[in-house]
Design a protein around this ligand. Structure first.
Ligand code: G
Ligand code: MN
Length: 418
């Protein structure tokens, strides 16, 4: 049997510590290593599930039919319970020397002649399963140092298992929270005016979501959480449904702008969500905070929605991922200039020339432009000079309740009439 000094597990151990290294890969590498190092035929990591042992990771070239990931065996047919109870040792070089092994039918069925196993425990100390290897030949030279090698790799795997379990618990907590928020509608919709820069008449309102939580968390964090548990589209749709209800209360010439991620658009669910409403009063703002996985699916669904009359806006243009390539591909009706571009556009020559270029670009592709995040009169004047037709920002109106939006609208309208 190989001496422990021959162990070349250093790279494995450092790989395990590296951020982002997949836990399954580490466990598989640990199983490969102990199987080869201890000269065994089969190595696996199991989980106890009820009265069964389930194989969670397997290294057993040539024995794939006997042990496969996801396969299971009744616990009363295997050694595990005896090892946990101390009736069998962790290190069994020759099962022929263990009367208890001889009384277990599986020993003869396989046959199992040598067996080394270490219990894997959860962080709270309860048994999770076994880190185990075995062979059809006796290995009389297996010694306590080999057992220590086995234990080191079992502990390494246990750390990985426990990290995975912690992530699972966290995920199920997030899932439950998002579902709770959605079912109980624990969010408000606020509306921010988008106005014609020339006439200062309101054209529409962007619906923005504010989740009710203590402490307050910005909406993007909620949507990021929802994405990690596969509830992003559901949550976005719940928000959009609430947001669109404002169309009932706003004047018919006013549109409502709603936000959706590319994945939600690509899910195809929005056509039903928009169906009850006059499509010419809906603007769909597509945000792109992550890379688009399939442009084709996204474009097909956008085409469907636009065919029905919904307008498409590209959100956050000039920031992050919403680059020109993205805008060219999606051919939007509206381009929304991100606050990072409009903020201080009155004093910064680079932003100003980029703004001017985007205004020209929008004209070329026949798109309207909305300048977002306008906080000062001077920014507003500069954007006006550049020919930006629509504007949004604290300077023109803060996001507020629907009642506030209605009041704002009638106030603005009265002012214009006066
Ligand atoms: O990603 P999107 O552009 O949809 O996000 C708009 C966000 O910007 C909202 O949360 C809104 O409250 C915020 N916002 C709107 N107008 C302004 C503004 O003038 N200044 C700043 N700092 N934020 C704004
Ligand atoms: Mn937006």
């Amino acid at each position: 049997m190989a001496e422990p000094s021959n162990i070349t597990g250093a790279s494995l151990l450092s790989a395990a510590g590296a951020p982002g290294v997949n836990a399954d890969e580490t466990i598989n590498a640990a199983l490969d290593f102990v199987r080869e190092h201890l000269n065994m035929e089969v190595a696996y990591l199991s989980e106890f599930v009820g009265d069964n042992l389930v194989f969670r990771a397997v290294s057993a070239p040539g024995f794939e039919e006997m042990v496969a990931v996801g396969g299971s065996m009744p616990l009363d047919q295997v050694y595990c319970r005896h090892i946990l109870a101390g009736r069998l040792p962790e290190l069994i070089p020759d099962t022929g020397a263990e009367p208890l092994c001889q009384s277990i039918p599986l020993t003869h069925a396989i046959p199992i002649k040598s067996h080394v196993s270490i219990p894997i425990r959860r962080s709270d100390g309860t048994p999770y399963g076994m880190f185990c290897c075995l062979s059809r030949t006796a290995q009389s030279d297996l010694n306590p140092r080999d057992l220590e090698v086995m234990r080191a790799f079992a502990n390494l795997s246990a750390d990985q298992v426990n990290e995975k379990l912690a992530v699972q618990i966290q995920r199920s907590e997030i899932f439950a929270t998002i579902q709770h928020v959605q079912e109980n509608q624990l969010f408000d919709i606020v509306y921010q005016p988008i106005m014609d820069a020339g006439s200062r008449r309101p054209k529409g309102f962007e619906a923005l979501c504010r989740f009710k939580s203590e402490p307050y968390r910005p909406p993007n964090l909620w949507f990021d959480d929802a994405k990690t548990v596969g509830l992003q589209a559901e949550l976005e749709i719940a928000v959009i449904e609430r947001a669109l209800a404002a169309l009932n209360d706003l004047p018919p010439e006013i549109y409502v702008s709603v936000n959706a991620s590319p994945d939600t658009v690509a899910s195809g669910a929005l056509s039903d969500v928009f169906a009850p409403w006059p499509s010419e009063r809906i603007v769909l703002e597509v945000t792109e905070h992550s890379m688009v996985s399939s442009y084709e699916t996204l474009l097909n669904n956008l085409d469907l929605l636009r065919f029905s009359g919904v307008r498409l806006a590209i959100d956050d243009a000039g920031a992050g991922y919403s680059g020109l390539q993205h805008i060219v591909k999606l051919r939007p009706d509206i381009i929304k200039l991100d606050i990072s571009l409009t903020s201080q556009i009155d004093t910064d020559v680079v932003r100003r020339s980029l703004g001017a270029a985007l205004v020209r670009f929008a004209r070329e592709i026949d798109a309207a432009i909305v300048a977002e995040g306008i906080e000062t009169g001077s920014e507003f004047d500069t954007l006006n000079e550049l020919g930006v037709p629509l504007a949004q920002g604290y300077y023109l109106g803060r996001p507020g309740s629907l009642d506030a939006a209605k009041a704002w609208f009638s106030h603005q309208t009265r002012q214009i009439r006066a």
